[in-house]
Design a protein around this ligand. Structure first.
Ligand SMILES: [Zn+2]
Length: 442
């Protein structure tokens, strides 16, 4: 009997120690993995957002913590960067230097107010839809990042009174991606949100104008596009559940604006759609809206596919593939009559080749974006011909879809297509591939 009791006590003790240890390890783990906490402290009535970044300086390190903005397309919107009452000074390279005793840096973000006016969302600015009562918060223009950051994870949280939505939930906050990956978008406030389960993903749609008549069709189409991509490419099994949650922010623009834009983030993206008053669904405007949606969704999907092995890629390959597969994904959505015109407009253009992709890539590397749009138009045309060459050479057995994983996961240096991808394509279509590369790429 005594022995029996002793045994029970022993087991309980082990359990208790185990549980305490477990929590202790869990606590250490969380703490170590999320040292960088960004917090939205307050928002003033004129749209100034005050943020803070808690720092845990390494006591053994003699190096000063330096802060910087990501070098994206975005224009920085940060100002008044301070620790206590002291404004941070910048060194000759533009880094803001954090004094050694400082453990919390504050700054303000001047959001851009955009009620009833066209704004290019591709600029990745933090935008204040004041009338609608919410803010699109762009990480690349608004968050200061830590130079030589040693902590892999950063979180964005907010004051309890400020509703905040991101793409990837983590530890009562939202993940902020690493500085060298795709940026992220967040939503502050309470816009209309619709949550849908699509394939293995949870998609939160943030809609600027829920009364828009064509919105339902737009969401249904997006659902089909996401299904199409999930059949085309497989997501790595190691991708954690919280990484399969997507945030899609839809911002309507008047049809008199001649451009429909989008910007893809890591697990979030923003896309314009054209607001129409009296037109039918399958108009050219709708096609542009869907094309933008599908293009950004492709970028975002590819980021998930590359989860465990992100490699070096080229701008022209990324953009041309996003455009070609956006076009392909719409084949089952558009009505037959519209589809013929659509394909003529975007795929079978027979336009002369204006500049080879290697040269376009070099220009982009030098900051010259003059021929960047060719990555879309000429890019879709190139992949269409490439796809056709593979299909016609293999009795319709192997097209570009078959080689797509190789293309996405292969390394591309200075605008060259991945070597293994080219070899496999050559095995299927032989000299046709050489011909295409000579005409379009090299
Ligand atoms: Zn793109």
């Amino acid at each position: 009997m005594l022995i029996h009791l002793y045994k029970i006590n022993h087991i309980n003790k082990i359990k208790i120690i185990y549980i305490i240890l477990f929590y202790f390890i869990l606590h250490l783990f969380n703490y170590a993995l999320a040292d960088n906490i960004y917090k939205i402290e307050k928002i003033s009535s004129n749209g100034i957002i005050t943020l803070s970044l808690s720092l845990f300086p390494d006591k053994d390190s003699v190096n000063t913590i330096k802060l910087f903005m990501r070098q994206d397309l975005a224009t920085p919107q940060v100002e008044n960067i301070r620790c206590g009452n002291n404004v941070l000074v910048q060194d000759s390279s533009g880094y803001w230097l954090v004094p050694s005793a400082c453990n919390k840096v504050y700054w303000d973000v001047k959001s851009k107010q955009v009620d009833d006016q066209f704004v290019d969302i591709a600029e990745q600015m933090t935008l204040n839809f004041k009338k609608a009562g919410w803010i699109l918060f762009s990480e690349s223009s608004s968050l200061l990042r830590i130079h030589n950051n040693t902590d892999p994870l950063s979180l964005l949280v907010s004051n309890k009174t400020i509703p905040l939505l991101g793409a990837t939930a983590y530890n009562n906050g939202w993940l902020v991606p690493p500085e060298d990956g795709a940026p992220e978008f967040f939503v502050i406030g309470r816009p209309a949100i619709q949550v849908e389960r699509i394939a293995e993903f949870t998609v939160s749609y943030v809609i600027d104008n829920p009364k828009q008549i064509n919105l339902l069709e737009l969401l249904n189409s997006h659902k089909k596009i996401l299904f199409y991509f999930s059949k085309l490419l497989s997501i790595p099994t190691q991708l954690p559940k919280n990484e399969k949650s997507l945030l899609l922010i839809l911002i309507g623009i008047d049809e008199k604006n001649s451009q429909v834009n989008g910007a893809a983030g890591r697990r979030s993206f923003i896309a314009n759609y054209i607001v129409e008053k009296n037109k039918t669904f399958n108009s050219l405007n709708e096609q542009y809206s869907l094309l933008t949606l599908a293009h950004e969704q492709f970028h975002q999907f590819v980021d998930m596919v590359r989860f465990d092995q992100p490699g070096e890629s080229s701008v022209w390959i990324e953009e041309s593939l996003a455009q070609y597969y956006a076009i392909k994904s719409l084949q089952s959505i558009l009505l037959k009559d519209d589809l013929i015109k659509f394909n003529k407009k975007f795929l079978q253009t027979n336009d002369a080749i204006k500049l080879k992709f290697i040269e376009i890539e070099q220009q982009i590397a030098q900051g010259n974006y003059e021929n960047y749009p060719l990555c879309y138009s000429q890019g879709a045309q190139f992949w269409y011909e490439f796809d056709q060459a593979l299909l016609t050479s293999s009795n319709n057995s192997y097209g570009l879809d078959y080689l797509l994983p190789e293309l996405i996961k292969g390394e591309s240096k200075e605008g060259q297509l991945p070597q293994l991808f080219i070899e496999k394509a050559y095995n299927i279509a032989g000299n046709k591939i050489d011909g295409l590369l000579m005409r379009y790429v090299k």
